[in-house]
Design a protein around this ligand. Structure first.
Ligand code: ADP
Ligand code: MG
Length: 264
């Protein structure tokens, strides 16, 4: 892969994880085709990827490259045309409807670019709703909801509704909600795309803290360069395929290459 490096000792192979933690997500030749009125789009063309527990992975790539499709597949939100997704070494396609619902509700947390909060609910209700689905006792849900809002710095916004909060505050509620049922995986699809620089930085800091303190595996699609300073590995997706995988330490020595990735 790297043709010019002379002084770098050959340690782990390029792009390999720097952890020996167990594998938590594995995709095997994952393909997704969309058929819209006879127009076929190959959104994923056979993606093989292995992600380890507690890794923080940034997924980069231009719009339309397949990032969200990749998310939907590993998050069990949509099914692949072919290929397999293993979560915790369980083949997602083999799960019953009930088991899949359990996976989505209890094991994976989701954060989207547009926050996707329930508008008529307060911040606290937005955070406790997934706990209600999981059968958590209401008093316990309320206590944990307050704790999570505190974690994301919204102690004083428990009873605000989304319309009464800034974008950054809404995204922080969405992060608290994603953690409601102590997921092992957090999927974030361009979480800072709608935020100004400073607010985006706050959101990244929270994600970093969640990763470090709670050991949650995070997979984050992003165009945000600052992700470079917090993620463990980066995956570049282009035209539905993996263009490159690199550890952060492999990228820091060639930041110029990253700058080029910004263009779309
Ligand atoms: N529901 C859909 N129906 C048809 N085409 C889709 C659908 N969702 C995504 N696509 C197409 O699949 C490709 C990958 O899209 P997406 O995964 O959303 O990319 P990204 O998140 O990187 O911007 C694009 O060409 C997009 O137009
Ligand atoms: Mg997308």
């Amino acid at each position: 892969m790297s043709e010019t490096s002379t002084e770098q000792p050959a340690a782990a192979p390029a792009g390999a994880a720097s952890t020996d933690a167990p594998v938590i997500i594995r995709t095997v030749h994952l393909k997704k085709e969309y058929d819209r009125k006879g127009v076929i789009t190959q959104a994923l063309r056979g993606v093989d990827m292995t992600i380890h527990s507690s890794e923080f992975i940034a997924v980069m790539g231009p719009s339309g490259s397949g990032k969200s499709t990749f998310f939907n597949m590993i998050g069990g939100l949509d099914s692949p045309s072919s290929g397999r997704v293993f979560i915790d070494e369980v083949d997602v396609a083999q799960l019953s409807a009930g088991e899949l619902a359990f996976l989505r509700c209890r094991k994976i947390g989701y954060i989207f670019q547009s926050y996707n909060l329930i508008q008529y609910q307060t911040a606290l209700e937005n955070v406790t709703t997934p706990m209600a689905f999981a059968g958590v006792d209401p008093d316990e849900a309320r206590r944990r909801g307050m704790e999570l809002l505190d974690l994301v710095g919204l102690k004083d916004r428990w009873f605000h509704r989304p319309i009464e909060m800034s974008g950054g505050q809404q995204q922080r509620v969405a992060i608290a909600r994603s953690l409601a049922n102590n997921p092992m995986i957090l999927l974030a699809d361009e979480p800072t795309a709608n935020l100004d620089l400073r607010t985006g930085q706050e959101v990244l800091n929270i994600l970093q803290r969640v990763n470090e303190e709670k050991q949650v595996t995070i997979i984050c699609a992003t165009h945000d360069h600052r992700m470079l300073s917090i993620c463990d590995r980066l995956i570049w997706i282009r035209d539905g395929g993996i263009e490159r995988i690199a550890r952060r330490d492999e990228v820091n020595i060639e930041v110029g290459a990253i700058e080029g990735e910004e263009d779309e």
